[in-house]
Design a protein around this ligand. Structure first.
Ligand code: AKG
Length: 390
């Protein structure tokens, strides 16, 4: 196998430019990952230890249907607490049909199981639609080591565009996913915004403002299908490197393989007042596996929400470990602010906190900066951070 890629850049061309992806590499019968996939030691993900304490704490899922009944306040409090501490939680009774979730996972396997030439038609340089992109790793041109993942990205504009331009074999299910997740995303964001403004669900004066803000913050949507082929060296590689998402909320469907990790944030002087017992007193970064729960969806908060909340809410830093046993799929639905929206800390919070921790910026600029860097934890937020004068 090694002889296939002796020439400088030939592996990169094979995997990235010609669209064979990691799947194509594995199909060559490799028994060891090529050097280009070996991560520096500090980025490697150790084999999971049974740290029952931490995974148990977050192994439960919030019943989202409770938001519509007499237990609204308890469910809302659980959401706020999760977002103030780690920036992620899982939900059940979310309103997205379980059958749809099952079929999305099947369709992802079917898409990536196709010969490379069928997938390569969606490589960015040749894709028949600006809405559809098939790729590998994250941003290979900016990365020192490649990530062990192939993916398909489908940006949503209108139902009509989706049905015309998204790949035939998954367009209907992916569109249904966009539609059926919409209400749950709005409900969660309404809870988060009301809490920031200190208003209740029956406060009619604020209701239309909250709805309008949530609409603008979730106005951009995209569905991805991630494929992590089984990997001969999970100890040396990453499926996805440490990162937070740039947008608002991500809803993620994962299969039963496991491997998604969320970081419990390090202790940060500025953040003391917003800690809860889940993360209080933690000095070193610790990672917790997000256990697959059948029928549940994972929700995580993106950088835009951390900015808007002046740091009260945390965007979740997460990463994915590879596995040698079976290929894994996940299907995230990304929601983000409208590209033209100016985002910045809510003025009420700046008044309350006495200072803004982030500057106001147009979301498109944040997005462009995000996608011209390799994954590097929450460094993406530096673009918006106001650094105190020394
Ligand atoms: O596959 C996962 O569990 C996470 C995927 C992810 O972080 C991403 O697509 O940005």
């Amino acid at each position: 196998m090694a002889s296939c890629f002796e020439q400088e850049g030939s592996l990169f061309n094979f995997v990235v430019r010609e669209g064979n992806g990691v799947k194509g590499l594995l199909d060559l019968g490799i028994s060891k990952v090529p050097d280009q996939y070996i991560q520096p030691p500090n980025e490697r993900i150790p084999e999971p230890s049974i740290d029952s304490q931490q995974s148990l704490q977050h192994a439960f899922a919030i019943d989202l249907s409770l938001l519509d009944g007499p237990s609204h306040d308890q469910a809302a409090e659980a959401i706020v607490k999760a977002v103030e501490s780690v920036g992620f939680f899982q939900v059940v009774n979310h309103g997205v049909p379980i059958q749809l979730l099952e079929s999305l996972k099947d369709l992802a396997h079917r898409f990536f199981g196709q010969p490379a030439e069928k997938k390569a038609v969606y490589l960015k340089a040749v894709s028949p639609s600006p809405l559809v992109k098939y790729a590998t790793s994250f941003e290979p041109d900016y990365e020192k080591s490649l990530e062990w993942r192939d993916y398909l990205s489908m940006a949503y504009t209108t139902d009509e565009d989706a049905l015309k331009q998204w790949p035939n074999h998954c367009k209907e299910a992916a569109l249904e996913y966009v539609k059926t997740t919409r209400r749950m995303v709005e409900k969660i964001m309404e809870v988060l915004i009301r809490h920031l403004l200190g208003v209740t669900a029956d406060d009619e004066e604020y209701q239309s403002r909250v709805v309008e803000l949530v609409g603008a913050l979730t106005g951009t949507r995209a569905v991805n299908m991630n494929f992590y082929p089984r990997c001969p060296n999970p100890d040396l590689t990453v499926g996805v490197g440490r990162h937070s998402d740039p947008g608002t909320l991500t809803v993620l469907l994962q299969d039963g393989i496991g491997g998604l990790y969320v970081k419990l944030e390090e202790e940060d002087e500025q953040d003391h007042q917003h800690k809860d017992e889940a993360t209080a007193g933690i000095k070193q970064p610790q990672w917790m596996e997000v256990p697959p729960i059948p029928g549940a969806l994972v929700v995580n908060v993106g950088d835009s929400v951390q900015i808007l909340s002046n740091g009260r809410y945390k965007s979740a830093e997460h990463r994915v470990r590879t596995t040698s046993i079976q290929s894994r799929v996940s299907i995230p639905l990304f929601t983000a602010p409208l590209r033209t929206l100016k985002i910045g800390p809510l003025p009420q919070l700046v008044d309350r906190d006495g200072k803004a921790r982030y500057r106001d910026l147009v979301f498109q600029d944040y997005f462009n900066n995000y996608f011209t860097n390799a994954h590097e934890g929450k460094k993406s937020l530096d673009y918006a951070k106001i650094t105190p004068l020394q």
